[in-house]
Design a protein around this ligand. Structure first.
Ligand code: AMP
Length: 274
């Protein structure tokens, strides 16, 4: 595996590459969720490129940019074991040369609902960095987790709107054995909080059971979810279709049920696709 730190090196190498290129953008502190994306990329493509970059433009001032977990040595090992061909690890000033750049804006509908509402400017920053990375890597296939459902939807929309010749591959959510969705932020949880956080996946499991039994009413489902998560500081429970419009009735194969909540000071998100 070759580690690349500069734009020049990446562009020089990219020019020489042929065959299909699978790309997995991450912010590092890699876990089984990231590994599943890399494995999918490895299966589908001739070349696999992973990036690790904690992107400052998607964090607002009061978020966890400074304390975001960094595990460079362990991440390199994981990528090597997963047979990644190239690992791109740029510094901030490599990706951003000045403060006053051409910007890309998330569409209004996504900027003002759910994560977009709770984290103003977040998706502008995500799209800005992903577009830069796409332009550098020029992947055939790019892999994103359903864990970040709204992000996945926006990136698919960006690819469509900007005519990028890239196939976006949606990857399943990977969970701990007890149900907690894997996240780099789980390391912030104390033992006690870790236990409390299980109410999130429990509420999703209760929902799956009640949908299987025939329940279709969004309000009834939401009320039950809030009840299961009564020990948590829930920011939102949302039931939307694939276009992220709120729906009153569950539609098979066209529904996403999303949760954002705070456990202690840690903000966690999770969801299921029905
Ligand atoms: P991050 O490093 O958190 O920016 O995540 C990089 C990619 O990994 C994104 O596409 C995430 O959706 C995906 N990802 C993060 N956690 C999981 C998970 N538990 N299961 C599947 N994909 C995940």
């Amino acid at each position: 595996m070759k580690i690349i730190n500069t734009i020049e090196e990446l562009q020089t190498i990219r020019k020489e590459l042929s065959g299909t290129i699978g790309f997995v953008p991450t912010m590092g502190a890699l876990h089984e969720g990231h590994i599943s994306l890399i494995k999918n990329a490895r299966e589908d493509n001739d070349i696999v490129i992973v990036s690790i970059f904690v992107n400052p433009t998607q964090f607002s001032v009061n978020e966890d940019l400074d304390k975001y977990p960094r595990r460079d040595a362990a991440d390199k090992k994981i990528c090597e074991l997963c047979k990644v061909d190239y690992l791109f690890m740029p510094e901030i000033n490599t990706m951003y040369k000045c403060d006053d750049e051409v910007l890309i804006k998330a569409p209004k509908i996504s900027s003002f609902i759910l994560e977009g509402e709770k984290r103003p400017g977040h998706y502008d920053g995500v799209l800005q960095v992903v577009l830069k990375l796409f332009n550098l890597v020029q992947p055939s296939n790019a892999y994103f987790g359903k864990k970040d459902a709204q992000q996945l939807s926006l990136i698919s929309q960006m690819v469509k709107n900007l005519f990028l010749p890239i196939n976006i591959v949606e990857c399943e959510i990977i969970r701990e054995q007890d149900g907690l969705a894997m996240s780099s932020r789980n390391v912030y949880l104390t033992q006690e909080e870790r236990k409390e956080a299980l109410a999130i996946s429990k509420s999703l499991n209760v929902t799956i059971v009640s949908i299987t039994k025939g329940q279709r009413d969004s309000k009834t489902i939401k009320d039950k979810m809030y009840e299961v998560m009564s020990n948590l500081d829930v920011e939102y429970v949302a039931i939307v279709n694939r276009d992220f419009e709120e729906i009153q009735t569950i539609e098979a194969k066209n529904t996403i049920i999303l949760i954002a909540c705070k456990v202690g000071t840690t903000r966690l998100i999770d969801n299921i696709w029905v």
